[in-house]
Design a protein around this ligand. Structure first.
Ligand code: NI
Length: 260
């Protein structure tokens, strides 16, 4: 079975057929999905999705995009939802981090402040973190090193840095998640990372509705298209598709602490 460790099924792009897509996942070989919040409304919609669908788990937090709108009340709300859930379906804090590429108009100090605050929250709640980091490798690394380290403490989502940088995040205890990008022809770094990450630290993710793999690039992504990513990762690592699937399934359940 495939575990999609990063999806956004509460996106309006699924408003027309969300229920049908989620119902079809199992038949498409996808056993579990983590839906990831990004802004304040999606903290609520992610919570609702996780509580409604057996195969959907939830990750609650505010993406660097959303930090200008957040406050201490947002932190309290996330804490309250995690307590209400009582360890059943909410499995991490995220996606949180730094984005100096798309979001350079959001002051870096503000991004850092809420990144650190949400890392503290994850520690308090005893949950791992899902990290979004774009063009901010060094600052992300330094903040994580200071605030949140340890085996299985989090996921580097949509990993887009070098193999050398991957080694440093792995040393802090992080897992590395890869998606559609590994199927892109020119994605040299991502392919190198896919071959390099130790077998107990690699995860699969869609980031759907975004980032559809080849040959579906440019269309709406969903977890079933991870089949193409499994093929690419298996080829890059020189293992069978079944092995690639099995190893990433085990890793995802271990990281999110979901009984198999
Ligand atoms: Ni995402």
């Amino acid at each position: 079975m495939i575990f999609d460790t990063h999806a956004h099924y509460d996106s309006e792009q699924f408003d027309g057929d969300r229920e049908a897509v989620l119902a079809a996942l199992k038949e498409g070989g996808v056993g579990r999905v983590a839906n990831i919040a990004a802004d304040i409304p999606s903290v609520e919609t992610t919570f609702a999705l996780a509580r409604t669908y057996d195969q959907v788990y939830g990750v609650l937090g505010i993406h660097p995009d959303g930090v200008p709108d957040m406050g201490e009340g947002t932190v309290e709300r996330i804490r309250a939802l995690v307590r209400e859930d009582g360890g059943r379906k909410i499995v991490a804090v995220g996606e949180i981090g730094l984005d100096y590429y798309h979001r350079d108009h959001i002051p870096r100090e503000l991004q850092k402040k809420w990144f650190v605050r949400q890392l503290e929250l994850s520690e308090e709640l005893g949950l791992p973190v899902v990290i979004h980091s774009r063009e901010a490798a060094q600052d992300t690394y330094e903040i994580l090193k200071a605030c949140r380290t340890g085996d299985g403490c989090g996921i580097m989502h949509c990993y887009s840095y070098s193999r050398e940088m991957a080694a440093r995040f792995l040393d802090l205890g992080y897992y590395i998640a890869l998606g559609g990008v590994v199927t892109f022809k020119n994605a040299r770094a991502a392919k190198e990372v896919a071959a390099y990450v130790p077998e107990d630290r690699l995860l699969l993710e869609t980031d759907c509705p975004y980032m559809a793999p080849v040959p579906y690039r440019g269309t709406r992504n969903d977890s079933r298209l991870l089949r193409e990513v499994v093929k690419a990762v298996a080829a890059l690592r020189g293992v069978s598709e079944a092995e690639a699937e099995e190893m990433t399934w085990r890793n995802a359940n271990r990281l999110y602490r979901i009984p198999d």
